[in-house]
Design a protein around this ligand. Sequence first.
Ligand SMILES: *[C@@H]1O[C@H](CO)[C@@H](O)[C@H](O)[C@H]1NC(C)=O
Ligand SMILES: *[C@@H]1O[C@H](CO)[C@@H](O)[C@H](O)[C@H]1NC(C)=O
Ligand SMILES: *[C@@H]1O[C@H](CO)[C@@H](O)[C@H](O)[C@H]1NC(C)=O
Ligand SMILES: *[C@@H]1O[C@H](CO)[C@@H](O)[C@H](O)[C@H]1NC(C)=O
Length: 241
Amino acid sequence: MAASPRAPVAATLFAVVAFLMTRCAVAEPPPSERSALLAFLTATRQHERRSLGWDASAPTCGWAGVTCDAANSTVVAVRLPGVGIAGAIPRGTLGRLANLRVLSLRANRVVGTIPGDLLRLPRLRALYLQQNLLSGATILTRIARLGGGLERLVLSRNNLSGHIPSALGNLTALQVVRLDGNRLSGSIPSMILAGLAVFNVSNNDLSGSIPKSFARFPPDSFAGNRHLCGDPLPPCGGSRL
Ligand SMILES: *[C@@H]1O[C@H](CO)[C@@H](O)[C@H](O)[C@H]1NC(C)=O
Ligand SMILES: *[C@@H]1O[C@H](CO)[C@@H](O)[C@H](O)[C@H]1NC(C)=O
Ligand SMILES: *[C@@H]1O[C@H](CO)[C@@H](O)[C@H](O)[C@H]1NC(C)=O
Ligand SMILES: *[C@@H]1O[C@H](CO)[C@@H](O)[C@H](O)[C@H]1NC(C)=O
């Protein structure tokens, strides 16, 4: 019952071909994610000649600043710091990256607000949008409605105005909140964020006494607000010398 001597050879050849086929068929995120990324870039780099090398014929997961999951089946992070992005983030672009966890667009010229679809992404963990031209009073209010998952919120050095909403206290996973260098006004609401390790609201226009739950942060977390007082800053109502 000797098998034909060719059978093992055929099996080996089949295995090699199958292996090569899986290597060549590069896994890709769904076309909707690819087109969402291209639409974002088209809308925000119209005045910029330098290319990011997002070659439509190359695999999406190989594009500069784009990170996929282990199986290359979905985009999980977009990091494009200081690449000359200019303009507002259009609705229906980054907001279509359903599994996005990390977005960094720091040190660009992103203007206006953050579209609602982006702020509804259920897996968003980190938002690094410092050193841009984001403005208005609604961004923080809408971020506060994100749900529980956000861990890092960095909006330093933008043009945000309005109050810090107390609803931010609903984001119980927050570890880092940096809002320094904006035009925020009003008082700091009392919030219990047990996991918060970094909190910085320096260089705004905040006033009133610092809630007890924030007294554990250093004075320079609050510096540059002329009307803010209380621990760790000097006491309210003048010092009793
Ligand atoms: C994912 O895509 C990158 C970039 O194209 C590639 O280098 C890597 O081998 C791919 N990994 C898988 C598991 O397909
Ligand atoms: C900052 O925002 C205000 C409106 O809130 C706007 O009038 C002003 O031009 C903005 N400044 C910059 C530098 O974008
Ligand atoms: C968030 O907190 C505010 C008050 O701080 C509360 O009114 C609201 O119901 C909470 N939940 C959501 C989803 O905003
Ligand atoms: C807060 O931010 C300012 C810049 O606006 C920086 O100088 C300061 O060191 C920061 N402090 C903390 C505790 O993060």
